[in-house]
Design a protein around this ligand. Structure first.
Ligand code: NAD
Length: 310
């Protein structure tokens, strides 16, 4: 039978370790108090669920979270002003803006307003650019890809170096940075997306397959190479009359068609999801540690106001 690569237990051990480290540092520096600011625009119910999961994990490792809720019709300037406030507040170590944002707000502009040394989602141009460079040094790695790399590292039978790793999806939060991280660990990368043709032919080559396209039952068992490692990132809800909620959470992999020929598979739920949250906690801990060590960084020089040409 294939091995299930579970994230639940590993994420718990990471969070427990963070708690121990926080306690130790608090003893040494009484002011040490890791704090995460979460900015939520609107009241999207999935976003609220994710935020609750982050709050619960924070609590168990003694990280304080402050959720700042802004109305759905908030202006971009107002969101930027709130970020600026948190950037200059020394009591805040990490800042995240819960995505997705309403259509009228520019996600790129808003995530990029976060100070790179507080950007615990790793999405600013500074941090993603540092990640993309061969010799770059980001302050933080994006949480889902970093969680996946930790999961791969957790089993000594999984080898990344020299293997063919195929990533389905090229988003800024999952597919794109993950392909970069796998390449930096010396895998050979195949990056697939919605315009890829004949994907099953490519998947047959993959020793490691990561699916992050968000389509239920997309990856078929018969496409997979023998002994492949399958990481299922998808979070999809499908109808299920037997459940009270009338829906069920599934990944991107058609589990019913996956035979025993593969090596490893991450379950959904209980695979990548909990690892994402653990990575976020770790990033906030690092941010707080850097801040107490005085290692903050301000790469931006305030631009001069543009002349009013009207
Ligand atoms: P996204 O919508 O930004 O990106 C989807 C990607 O899939 C795109 O790059 C697109 O080109 C690709 N794609 C779409 N159709 C395709 C097809 N037919 N063939 C090949 N590629 C195709 O989504 P995202 O934010 O990257 O998230 C992807 C999935 O992962 C979603 O289900 C999301 O809920 C889930 N997710 C899970 C976690 C977690 O912690 N487990 C975190 C983030 C996202």
């Amino acid at each position: 039978h294939y091995h299930l690569l579970r994230g639940t237990a590993l994420s718990k051990s990471i969070v427990d370790q963070i708690k121990t480290n926080v306690v130790t540092l608090k003893r040494k520096y009484p002011d040490f108090s890791p704090t995460l600011k979460i900015i939520q625009v609107g009241n999207k119910s999935d976003s609220s669920t994710y935020i609750r999961m982050k709050q619960r994990a924070s609590k168990s490792c003694l990280i304080t979270t402050i959720v700042e809720k802004l109305p759905l019709n908030v202006s971009e300037d107002e969101v930027l002003a709130r970020i600026e406030e948190s950037n200059s507040d020394s009591a805040i170590d990490g800042i995240i803006v819960q995505l997705p944002l309403p259509k009228l707000l520019n996600e790129q502009t808003i995530t990029d307003a976060i100070l790179p040394s507080k950007d615990v989602d790793g999405l600013t141009v500074f941090n993603s650019g540092q990640l993309a460079k061969r010799g770059g040094h980001p302050f933080f790695l994006p949480c889902t890809p970093n969680g996946i790399m930790e999961l791969l590292r957790s089993d000594p039978n999984i080898i990344v170096e020299g293997k063919v790793a195929l990533v389905i999806g090229r988003s800024d939060i999952v597919g794109n940075p993950l392909a970069t991280m796998l390449r930096k660990e010396n895998a050979t990368i195949i990056s697939c997306h919605s315009k890829t043709k004949n994907i099953e032919r490519l998947i047959k080559l993959a020793d490691i397959l990561v699916s992050a396209c968000g389509i239920p039952n997309f990856v078929k068992g018969e496409w997979l190479k023998k002994d492949a490692v399958i990481i299922d990132v998808g979070i999809n809800y499908v109808k299920d009359k037997s459940k009270k909620s009338k829906r069920k959470l599934v990944g991107d992999v058609d589990i019913a068609s996956v035979k025993n020929t593969i090596g490893f598979l991450t379950p959904v739920p209980g695979g990548v999801g909990p690892m994402t949250v653990a990575s976020l906690m770790n990033n906030v801990f690092i941010a707080a540690k850097n801040s107490i060590a005085g290692k903050t960084f301000h790469p931006y020089i305030s631009p001069l106001p543009l002349p009013n040409l009207e």
